[in-house]
Design a protein around this ligand. Structure first.
Ligand code: FES
Ligand SMILES: [Fe+2]
Length: 379
């Protein structure tokens, strides 16, 4: 495939799809054209598995969490039997979001006219409606969105037709086994508005090559770029890179996640399950960079700090969470400088695809996957 017909135009993607050593980055219009963004949302987002929350964010029976992704208003519920559901959060009366924020409840009650739904989405009450001709309460239910739990993430497939996620990423699941992401819990979060294309965040997150540039004084002394390596994804929809830490980095973190193998504790591993489950782990803790696309060239990122349940009870847990968020803030500002700059650079007609470094195999894996999804969608 050398060309791709997208948004009524033919795009030359031959150099983007060349083998990694010879390949170039995506043409600039992939970061500029709202029509390409629309096709991405359809084929590379809605048709795929997207991270919505960590299951530990709705741990108890009766817990709910209202959220939104790609314009879909959703509410995650855990019923009395512990079963998780992702429901449309749109009232079947006049479309008011039924739940706001998060909490614990026995039913969800729409604040507008008090229609009431059980945690499985079925309507349990609708004031003054019983006598309406043909009004059948039992036929009214908040539609469910397909979900799957992978490594503790609640993943959703808005399109409803994606093949199950877990069998698509067996190599990654094996690569991450030592970290045991499954029962990690979110202890701190911080959000940032990102006025640039979502892919710039995914790409920036996915490589260590920029440590000696952007993070010269922050990360490079502890996580030197030259000690990083990208993993072979065997054609599966993910990328991942590992980097060896300096010994003083472990000291700086001041703790090791209980049960973690000593060799793993001296590394950091990052991964992205495409399109945008971006996360990673290091000796002390793990992290999730939650991406919420808003519009072409705008998304929100929320950084979450994840720790083992035992760690959350340690006496200095709050201090550690605050320290982690302040370190993240420094890195986010440094990364934002590049993402903002690259978006501006790509807006210039002189911008041209560039060649990849060895440490950017992960970016090539991402773009090959993305182009594959767009090609599939344009057929
Ligand atoms: S919109 Fe929900 S009860 Fe009317
Ligand atoms: Fe960075």
């Amino acid at each position: 495939m050398a060309e791709l017909r997208l948004g009524g135009r033919t795009r030359d993607i031959a150099s983007a799809l060349a083998p990694h050593p010879e390949a170039s980055t995506l043409p600039r219009e992939f970061y500029l054209d709202p029509e390409i963004y629309r096709l991405e949302t359809e084929h590379a987002m809605r048709a795929q598995w997207l991270p919505l929350a960590r299951v530990d964010q709705v741990p108890e029976p009766g817990d709910y969490l209202a959220t939104a992704i790609l314009g879909e208003q959703l509410v995650i519920t855990r019923d009395r039997d512990g079963e998780l559901r992702v429901l449309s959060n749109v009232c079947r009366h006049r479309a008011m979001p039924v739940a706001e924020g998060s909490g614990n409840c026995s039913v969800l009650r729409c604040p507008y006219h008090l229609w009431t739904y059980r945690l499985d989405g079925s309507l349990s009450g609708a004031p003054l409606m019983a006598a309406r001709p043909g009004f059948d309460r039992s036929a009214i239910v908040l539609p469910q969105v397909r979900h799957e739990v992978w490594q503790g993430w609640l993943m959703v497939n808005l399109g409803g037709a994606a093949p199950p996620l877990s069998p698509q990423v067996p190599t990654l699941s094996a690569e991450l086994a030592g970290w045991d992401f499954t029962d990690l819990r979110v202890v701190a979060s911080s959000s940032y508005d990102c006025p640039w294309d979502w892919k710039l965040t995914v790409e920036n997150f996915g490589e260590y090559y920029h440590h000696f540039g952007l993070h010269k004084d922050s990360l490079e002394p502890f996580l030197p770029a030259k000690r990083g390596r990208c993993l072979d994804n065997r054609g599966e929809p993910w990328n991942s890179s590992v980097i060896d830490c300096s010994s003083d980095y472990l000291e700086l973190q001041g703790r090791v996640m209980p049960g973690l193998d000593a060799d793993l504790a001296t590394t950091m591993q990052i991964f992205t399950v495409f399109p945008f489950l971006c996360a990673g782990a290091q000796g002390s803790s793990a992290f999730w960079l939650q991406i919420t696309p808003q519009s072409p060239r705008r998304h929100t990122v929320t950084w979450h700090v994840l720790v083992r349940p035992e760690q959350a009870a340690w006496s200095d847990a709050e201090e550690f969470a605050a320290m982690s968020l302040s370190a993240i803030d420094v890195l986010q500002q440094e990364d934002a400088r590049a993402c903002r700059g690259v978006q501006a650079g790509l807006g210039s007609t002189t911008a041209a695809p560039g060649r990849f470094a060895d440490l950017e195999l992960s970016l090539w894996q991402f773009q090959v996957w993305l182009l594959g999804r767009l090609a599939e969608g344009s057929r």
